[in-house]
Design a protein. Structure first.
Lengths: 121, 109
């Protein structure tokens, strides 16, 4: 069965960076884009960007451009999201999620369990 | 950028009621619209994609409709298990951008 398993909770100081991992199993990792979505406590869902595991190509929401980097290691079917220059407003649960279809998709079917990132001095 | 709005922001209905949630896009997105259900403390779950296609395993009391800029999610007979927040999500190409609506919280009266 398809699974996306994320790394554990992180506590970071303002100005630091965080790197969250997302290990895929149960399907061909290279065939489906991985997207990242975050959710602050009590708030809605916010899309951050996508990454194609085959090419490594990425696309980021304008809000995060220059501060986020999405990468992958195809040998271990793992995607990564790194967010720099953290501020308190970045405190949120970060989800990885899979594009529902290979190549061209408009939505997301499988989600990781979420990783809580807390930014606090 | 595309903006998504949802109405109402919250609702309370009785078991068995028909519930309708509206989602509007600031520009036309043809039928690139999905609906997700998120129960408290849980991960979002895809309910409907391309505006009206039911995701596998989702109960048939859920349905979606619309195209262009106006979309609806309908629960034909509300059940206690449907207590959740529902989000619409759009896709716009060139470049690929995904945008979520603010959510609609559904409770049982």
């Amino acid at each position: 069965q398809v699974q996306l398993v994320q790394s554990g909770a992180e506590v970071k100081k303002p100005g630091a960076s965080v790197k969250v991992s997302c290990k895929a199993s149960g399907y061909t990792f290279a065939s489906y884009d991985i997207n990242w979505v975050r959710q602050a406590t009590g708030q809605g869902l916010e899309w951050m960007g996508w990454m194609n595991p085959t090419s490594g190509n990425t696309g980021y929401a304008q809000k995060f451009q220059g501060r986020v980097t999405m990468t992958r290691n195809t040998a271990i079917s793992t995607a990564y999201m790194e967010l720099n220059s953290l501020r308190s407003e970045d405190t949120a649960v970060y989800y990885c999620t899979r594009g529902r279809q290979p190549l061209l998709y408009y939505d997301f079917d499988y989600w990781g369990q979420g990783t809580l990132v807390t930014v606090s001095s | 950028d595309i903006q998504m709005t949802q109405s109402p922001s919250s609702l309370s209905a009785s078991v068995g009621d028909r519930v309708t949630i509206t989602c509007r896009a600031s520009q036309g997105i043809t039928n690139y619209l999905a609906w997700y259900q998120q129960k408290p403390g849980k991960v979002p779950k895809l309910l409907i994609y391309t505006a009206s296609t039911l995701q596998s395993g989702v109960p048939s009391r859920f349905s979606g409709s619309g195209s262009g800029t106006a979309f609806t999610l309908t629960i034909s007979s509300l059940q206690p298990d449907d207590v959740a927040t529902y989000y619409c999500q759009s896709y716009f190409s060139a470049p690929s951008i995904f945008t979520f609506g603010p959510g609609t919280k559904v409770d049982i009266k």
